[in-house]
Design a protein around this ligand. Sequence first.
Ligand code: ZN
Length: 117
Amino acid sequence: MFYIHCPYCGEHREEEEFHPKGQAHIVRPKDPESCSDEEWGDYLFFRDNPRGVHHELWVHAVGCRKFFNITRHTVTYEILETYKMGEQPTITAETYAASAQPESEASQVVKQAGVRA
Ligand SMILES: [Zn+2]
């Protein structure tokens, strides 16, 4: 059991109260009629699957029932931050790699992932 901080409730709650809903910051094309099939297909079906820092949409299903975003490390499963809808993350793959200690295993993993991407 671990705890997730809900930015709306303002407190840490049990993981069982939450559900992941996929990648965060997916923006619907403003005019679907004018975008190409490739652009529409990317919007509907294609998602990032990074090895390292990832921004995810979650819902506090058994609590306030609001959607919010989590920045999570996909290798260590560490939740780096949570933030409300409409806000931008303060931690990105670039800032995380820059702030990580060179000796730590996690930072090496992030750097390797960055090389591949
Ligand atoms: Zn909540």
